[in-house]
Design a protein around this ligand. Sequence first.
Ligand code: 6PG
Length: 248
Amino acid sequence: MLDESKYPNIRVFASPDELSEQSAKWIINIADKVLQQRGAFHMALSGGSTPKAIYRLLASDQLRNKVDWSKINIYFGDERTVPHSHPDSNFLMAREAMLSRLPIPENNIYPMDTQCDPVSDCAAEYENTLKECLPISDDGFGQFDLVLLGMGDDGHTASLFPQTEILDEYQRWVSAVYVAKLQAWRLSITYPMINHARHVAIIVAGENKAEKIQQIHLKKLNEFPIEKISPQGELVWFLDSSAAARLS
Ligand code: 6PG
């Protein structure tokens, strides 16, 4: 059992289903609190299979009526440079799992354009969108209310992959990044955009992530991209027991 006094920002759940359910309820609570305080909520979605289960729950009969979706603005933390109809599209995944099932006004959903040449034009375009839509922090960065993140087994998050140039980007809000291991371009928000968020949730499940979670939280060598996620606001790690297995 995890000693939560040692890891105040880590929450461990017995199964992936409980992880998804508790993460979804936490998201609803954050959204409801922010809507009461400010009347609008700006949330950046993550790709990946772990977040997908949460999106389905957010759109379920059990939870869908817990928040006023008409005031929620949906963005994407990263995207693959494929058409929105492509099975690898994060937008397609989110639309099918959640967005098409909720009363979110279409113009409150901001997918990344992915078909630009050069691809950097799409990054600039999305940065302009964020500049038009997001509240601005005191030091001039867009401020999401919530950024949802997953973690790859190489310690990447969003599309902040090891040994890529985006890891050194601290001015732009959105960058195009070539990921050699995938032999593909990605689009991603940058460290400053994640670290200016009021709330960040990192959601990780599966035994294939356990070694990385141990290295990040026990050894703290600061060698993986996700270790530079250090928001001014709240950071919570949501883990299932498999991913947390080496933290006991
Ligand atoms: C993506 C995601 C990526 C993902 C992790 C974890 O576009 O793939 O943004 O950062 O969250 O790779 O994915 P899983 O939850 O499927 O392991």
